[in-house]
Design a protein around this ligand. Structure first.
Ligand SMILES: Cc1cc2nc3c(=O)[nH]c(=O)nc-3n(C[C@H](O)[C@H](O)[C@H](O)COP(=O)(O)OP(=O)(O)OC[C@H]3O[C@@H](n4cnc5c(N)ncnc54)[C@H](O)[C@@H]3O)c2cc1C
Length: 321
């Protein structure tokens, strides 16, 4: 845990604010790798302490962490707290930076794709690739010109390598994803962060071009959307010999937490892999929705990230828990 002080707040768009956090004791902050995030201790709408993750925009700098926060209208209040309650001079406790979205800086060619607030880790990556004189292209989409946060930082970090899109709300339609990804090639990597629809469209396009899963990287800021064919099922925990119903709209992890079980977990978004559990038996098909396991690991169906992945078709799923 690190105590920080809010040094500056910037209005980046109507719904996005930038925060500069410095160490409250005046010391240097631990340096961040591109793609890393910090967890900020905030308060939700019910007044309960919760943590919310924010990607660090300025990798390598130890005098301050720059983050940008989109105000979520339907959320539980973490982002609203950052917008409405936090003022310059306030102290915020944060967890040390963690990186579930690392950049392979030895790639020969890198394609960076961002939609909306997903620009935060992507900008950090562009800054690092430019500093290392690496070959890359950045594609950044927002609804309108006014909604585009950090546009000048992006243009500075990716001079001559950046294409901006104003998409009216559908980034995957504005970007010609199939063309901009092109055929799979060893040493070519893609990174995408933004709305779920954009991430899914990039994954689809990359897989159509037969990209290796090791060269496709993404980070979700929110839980993957429920699917129409989601169904309820039973989860059985081998070691405690307990069974619980997992209804539609609720993850295995949340069911276990609500039942007083204490499973390991962190991000709850399918990014970090900490909740990965071994699957001992499964009546239905596993629907893997995480960004952590490789395609090869997913095809084995012997482990799953219980924060986002489910079993389809009903029946019983037995976990090594
Ligand atoms: C690694 C990582 C990095 C991130 N970086 C950034 C960043 O740089 N900037 C940024 O603004 N945000 C970032 N986020 C998202 C951020 O952590 C918060 O989730 C966000 O600020 C919203 O918080 P909230 O409490 O307002 O809303 P939350 O309660 O977290 O809700 C967020 C969204 O999820 C939906 N939602 C909430 N609960 C449910 C539910 N039970 N079922 C279905 N949908 C639900 C809401 O509709 C809302 O749209 C990041 C997240 C991760 C995991």
């Amino acid at each position: 845990m690190l105590r920080t002080t809010v040094q500056q707040i910037h209005t980046l768009t109507d719904r996005i604010r930038g925060f500069d956090l410095v160490a409250s004791d005046g010391r240097a902050l631990p340096p961040c790798e591109p793609g890393a995030h910090i967890k900020v201790n905030v308060t939700d709408t019910s007044g309960n302490p919760v943590k919310r993750s924010y990607s660090v925009i300025n990798p390598g700098q130890t005098d301050r962490y720059r983050i940008a926060v989109l105000r979520e209208v339907d959320g539980e209040g973490g982002s609203a707290f950052m917008h409405d309650k936090v003022t310059v001079g306030d102290e915020l406790d944060i967890d040390l930076p963690q990186n579930d979205f690392p950049l392979h800086s030895d790639a020969q060619n890198t394609i960076l794709i961002a939609g909306g607030i997903g620009i935060t880790p992507i900008l950090a990556m562009a800054t690092t690739l430019t500093a290392g004189k690496k070959d890359f292209a950045l594609h950044y989409s927002s609804r309108t010109h006014q909604d585009m946060a950090l546009m000048h930082d992006v243009l500075d970090a990716a001079t001559g390598r950046c294409t901006l899109y104003f998409d009216g709300g559908t980034p995957s339609r504005a970007m010609q994803l199939s063309t901009l990804l092109g055929p799979a090639k060893a040493g070519k990597h893609v990174y995408v962060c933004g709305p779920g629809g954009l991430i899914d469209a990039v994954l689809d396009a990359a897989r159509r071009h037969r990209w290796a899963s090791d060269n496709i990287h993404y980070e979700r800021f929110s839980t993957p959307a429920a699917q129409l064919d989601d169904s309820a099922f039973e989860v059985h925990l081998k070691h405690s010999n307990q069974s619980f119903d997992v209804p539609v709209g609720k993850s295995i992890l949340d069911v276990l937490i609500d039942e007083g079980i204490d499973p390991l977990y962190d991000c709850k978004k399918g990014n970090c892999g900490i909740c990965t559990s071994a699957v001992l038996s499964c009546d239905g098909d596993l629907s893997h929705r995480d960004a952590y396991l490789s395609d090869g690991q997913k095809s084995q169906n012997d482990q799953m990230c219980i924060c986002v992945s489910r079993m389809q078709g009903g029946g019983k799923l037995t976990l090594d828990l």
